[in-house]
Design a protein around this ligand. Structure first.
Ligand code: GLN
Length: 321
């Protein structure tokens, strides 16, 4: 079955979603990172990037919020690009843990691999893998340049967030050293942890995340900058990682209800992608118990359902003028 969806329909549904959920007050800002507790809880934005580079935005889409765990996707792409898909499977893994993003229990259960680059253990391992090994500044430049290429413009470090997170990341320090204990970290643990904390503290807009998602949905070709950011062969493995663990222990529920592979962050951002169709991102600080933005989930689900989009539907979708 083939379905035509017009750009004006997408705009209309995006505005409807914004109106529908803008006054929703469910959820609470993340507070285990003190900086995040003080972000304005009423901020709300939705951005879509189509594969022709056109963006559709509504609400606070110019506000730079903490990228947090969404950055795990960007750096997973970087190490996939530097090492290849097979090597990532071997050195990190691709299985969901079924447990919270920062679970030490998950790490102890599977000591032979930190499971997936999209949970904390695997993301810290991914930062340790970034080349060139042993050189913190060059590794950071590689991470930042890659995020910039995916977003189509440079993110900026939120210094206060970086400070706040560095001073309170005791759980992640334990993860880094446990990885060392199990020979699953591939560079200096404190350095890898600092790179991870810094990448999580980058400020991005929902539009920058929608452009990243559109780049993945478009086989690594950024539709805004018109540059090939990563090898097109890697679009499928990174999308499969997002689909299997993007919402941590709630990923099954999310896929079942929304039909879109997506990745969340405790800063309130969610980035989803429909391969071959579009990237979408929504941002609102209050999160649920699993660390996923309440309003961003509602908005993306609404848009997907209203447009009849679902990655598993088997329908041929054509975006028309
Ligand atoms: N930097 C945060 C942490 O490591 C990211 C968590 C998240 O967004 N789920 O705890």
């Amino acid at each position: 079955m083939s379905i035509n969806i017009s750009i004006s329909q997408i705009k209309e549904v995006t505005h409807q979603a914004y109106e529908e959920f803008k006054t929703n007050t469910v959820g609470k800002n993340a507070d285990y990172i003190p900086f995040l507790a003080n972000v304005d809880k009423n901020l709300f934005g939705i951005s879509i990037c189509l594969l022709n580079g056109q963006t559709i935005t509504v609400g606070d889409t110019d506000y730079s919020f903490g990228i947090e765990s969404v950055s795990k996707v960007h750096t997973a792409i970087l190490v996939l690009q530097q090492y290849g898909a097979e090597e990532i499977l071997e050195m990190i893994g691709a299985d969901a843990t079924g447990l919270p993003f920062n679970s030490i229990f998950a790490l102890l259960l599977e000591t032979d691999h930190p499971s997936t680059p999209l949970v904390n253990a695997g993301a810290i391992a991914a930062c340790s893998m970034v080349l060139p090994k042993g050189k913190a500044d060059e590794k950071w430049n590689a991470i930042l340049n890659n995020i910039t290429a995916l977003c189509g413009s440079a993110p900026h470090l939120l210094d206060e967030l970086y400070k706040s997170e560095s001073e309170t990341n005791f759980n992640n320090r334990s993860i880094a050293w446990l990885l060392k204990n199990f020979n699953r970290i591939y560079d200096d643990p404190p350095m890898a942890l600092d790179l991870y904390t810094r990448q999580c503290s980058l400020g991005v807009t929902s539009t920058q995340l929608a452009i990243t998602a559109a780049t993945i949905a478009n086989g690594g070709f950024n539709p805004v900058t018109k540059k090939q950011v990563f090898n097109s062969e890697l679009a499928a493995p990174i999308t499969s990682l997002i689909a299997t663990v993007g919402f941590y222990e709630r990923t099954g529920d999310w896929m079942y209800k929304s039909g879109i592979p997506a990745k969340t962050g405790v800063g309130g951002g969610i980035m989803g992608l429909m391969p071959g169709i579009m990237g979408i991102s929504a941002f609102a600080p209050p999160i649920d118990k699993s660390g996923n933005s309440v309003k961003a989930q509602l908005a993306i689900k609404y848009i997907m359902n209203k447009l009849g989009l679902n990655v598993f539907s088997g329908k041929q979708i054509n975006i028309v003028e």
